[in-house]
Design a protein around this ligand. Structure first.
Ligand SMILES: Cc1ncc(COP(=O)(O)O)c(C=O)c1O
Length: 319
């Protein structure tokens, strides 16, 4: 058997099957699926693992391949740890919004970490990162770009995994709130949930200034959510409603999750929590307490010096 597949089999138990916990809330029955229990501590381990595995199975990656990917932190960390275990070279392309913790993590695992400097016209770095990825793959003959923005296996990981796990926990779900960046999570989980529970309302949560669902660009500082482009993976999504959250409210949401529920989570978890709280406060006509679930994509540890640091929040004008 292929040695890479054998090694991927060994990692398999460490990806997915994350816990779900109940949070107390006055208006709704609220549940959080804690994706930071995955291999390297984020939801992106699911798509990294599945896309790498499929590429190995399809013969697109061998032990001599050089893998290249653009990421704001979590996807690169997932690929770095898995590729290191597979003894495959990985070159991450990151930007200045990456947390120093993730940067240190990547530097400990990858010979080369490429940092872009120039912001694109939307106030993010995605387009600059992708341009650099193209330069790198053009210059290395045996390179392979996973392309998390278009790779269907990134979404399939959630269609086959996350969506099914949600209904292992409960047979009824009225609302599912999902944060968006590459769209892989939303695309896969929304298709899976739609099949298993057609009446569940699926709410996509984005950051103000992101170009995914609107065309008003704004400089953004918190990594993990939003995008400078509308990723192709969103073409195959089931979305009932889109909500935008400002970065100041991301900070409020993160701190509310920590202070009211004891969950120290990253920016996208805070954004989604804030979106849920506002949504149900603004819809008092919803009588019976609905069942609501959201994902906590990563832990707050990497955000201690930013979202959880008053000085940083003030310096960015987010208070
Ligand atoms: C912290 C965090 N939350 C949410 C997301 C969004 O996930 P997706 O890229 O699948 O849309 C990401 C993606 O990198 C992330 O890092």
């Amino acid at each position: 058997m292929n040695n890479l597949i054998q090694k991927l089999d060994m990692l398999h138990p460490l990806v997915g099957n994350t816990p779900v916990i109940a949070l107390s809330h006055s208006h709704i029955n609220l549940f959080a699926k804690l994706e930071y229990y995955n291999l390297t501590g984020s939801v992106k381990d699911r798509s990294a693992y599945h896309s790498l595995r499929k590429a190995v199975e399809n013969g697109n990656i061998t032990k001599d391949t050089v893998i290249v990917e653009s990421s704001s932190g979590n996807f690169a960390s997932s690929l770095a740890q898995i590729c290191n275990f597979l003894e495959i070279k990985f070159i991450p392309v990151v930007d200045p919004n990456i947390s120093p913790l993730y940067l240190g993590f990547l530097r400990s695992l990858c010979e080369e970490v490429v940092m872009v400097k120039d912001m694109d016209e939307s106030g993010g770095y995605l387009k600059t990162r992708i341009k650099r990825v193209h330069d790198i793959i053009d210059s290395i003959s045996n390179s392979y770009w996973i392309n998390q923005y278009e790779n269907p296996y990134c979404a399939e990981a959630h269609y086959l995994g996350t969506a099914k796990e949600i209904f292992n926990f409960s047979t009824r779900l009225d609302y599912l709130f999902v944060g968006v960046s590459s769209g892989g999570t939303l695309s896969g989980v929304s298709r899976g949930v739609r099949e298993l529970s057609p009446n569940t309302m699926i709410v996509a949560v984005d950051i103000e200034g992101s170009m995914i669902f609107q065309a008003q660009p704004k400089v953004r500082f918190i990594p993990g959510m939003g995008s400078s482009i509308r990723p192709k993976l969103l073409d195959s999504c089931c979305i009932d409603k889109v909500v935008h959250v400002s970065e100041s409210n991301v900070v409020k949401g993160c701190r509310a999750l920590r202070n009211q529920h004891g969950i120290l989570a990253g920016g996208s978890s805070g954004a989604v929590y804030f979106a849920i709280d506002s949504f149900f406060k603004n819809h008092p006509s919803i009588k019976e307490k609905p069942e609501v679930m959201f994902l906590c994509p990563d832990r707050g540890t990497a955000y201690i010096e930013t979202v959880y640091n008053d000085e940083w929040v003030r310096s960015k004008g987010l208070i």
